[in-house]
Write a protein that binds this ligand. Structure first.
Ligand code: SF4
Length: 318
């Protein structure tokens, strides 16, 4: 892929530099997560593209065996009949497929690869037929290029009958790209930013109405309706957006391809599952220090508009 809103693919292809954990180290970390949470956890396999990694399937099986729900975030391109059957048999609870436009031209442009849209449609078909117990969600970027297509995309998905839900994320600083102040004005990324403010507001209002269940099933859009108000403010004033109560990512647990455990990718790692058990890492001195740093982080972090969104009261809505 060559996604235009994320440069992670440039990093992921440098696999030789990783030193990834072994399968048993990954399994041990997942077992630990299950024990720490009494199985009340959803484990999300994300990337890059997790189906590029041969450990993904056995780890989905292991997650299900530990009593937890496994979710796969995928572009769908590597799915075929066998892989869809294997995922279904593995107990995959949810496949979330990225779809960034209602038209193939839009999705293929944003993903940087012709045929990507067709690949998503094929993936939906394969999972429906060969992994019937796996829910299919869509994950969709909100950006300047696809804005006009978004209400239509939701209505199509809601009426299609095979899709469980659609979740939206506003475009933010491209992942894994060098930090750029006012990135949305840079020649490389400015096309991603919604420039027509009245249209941006009208579309986000329309999505908000759909999220309230007006015209489609309530809950079909995973974002709470108020999040579209927050997106409007963010697109109007990206530099001034402030979340009132600071960072709420205190308990987000990410494990990188190298095995590093991180809460925030801008803060140091808590430890590495190649060296320690996940339980030790999560309750370590280093974890306390990182949480302290997070609690006082003053960065006007754009991740806050999307990640772990937790309601109206904590955001200053204009
Ligand atoms: S940069 Fe700061 S505000 Fe953003 S997720 Fe990290 S700790 Fe939270």
């Amino acid at each position: 892929m060559g996604c235009r809103m994320c440069r992670k693919w440039e990093y992921d292809i440098q696999e030789k530099a990783w030193g990834a954990p072994s399968l048993s180290q990954w399994e041990s970390a997942i077992t630990g997560l299950g024990e720490m949470t009494q199985g009340r956890l959803q484990v999300n396999f994300a990337g890059g593209e997790p189906l590029c990694r041969e450990e993904t399937l056995p780890l989905i099986v292991h997650t299900a065996n530990c009593g937890m729900d496994a979710q796969l975030a995928t572009n769908g391109l590597l799915l075929n009949e066998d892989k869809a059957r294997e995922l279904g048999r593995a107990g995959l609870k949810n496949a979330t497929i990225s779809l960034d436009g209602a038209r193939s031209r839009t999705h293929d442009f944003l993903r940087g690869r012709p045929g990507s849209f067709e690949g998503v449609m094929r993936a939906i078909d394969l999972l429906t037929r060969f992994a019937p117990d796996t829910e299919i969600d869509l994950n969709t970027l909100i950006c300047g290029i696809n804005l006009e297509e978004l209400p239509g995309l939701v209505r199509w998905a809601a009426n299609d009958g095979r899709i469980n839900a659609v979740g939206f994320q506003a475009v933010t600083h491209p992942f894994s790209a060098p930090l750029l102040e006012r990135w949305y004005e840079s020649p490389r990324y400015s096309f991603l930013w919604p420039r027509d403010e009245p249209r941006m507001e009208a579309i986000l209002d329309e999505l908000r109405e759909l999220a309230k269940g007006n015209g489609i099933r309530l809950g079909f859009i995973k974002n709470p309706p108020v999040q579209f108000k927050v997106y409007k403010r963010y697109f109007r004033q990206p530099e001034e957006f402030v979340k009132r109560d600071g960072c709420h990512l205190m308990d987000a647990l990410n494990i990188t391809p190298e095995g590093e455990v991180r809460i925030c990718f801008e803060q140091p790692a808590l430890g590495n599952i190649k060296e320690k058990k996940i339980e030790e890492i999560w309750f370590s001195e280093q974890a306390l220090k990182v949480r302290e740093a997070i609690s006082v982080c003053q960065r006007n972090c754009q991740a806050m508009v999307n990640c772990n969104f937790d309601g109206e009261k904590e955001y200053e809505l204009g």
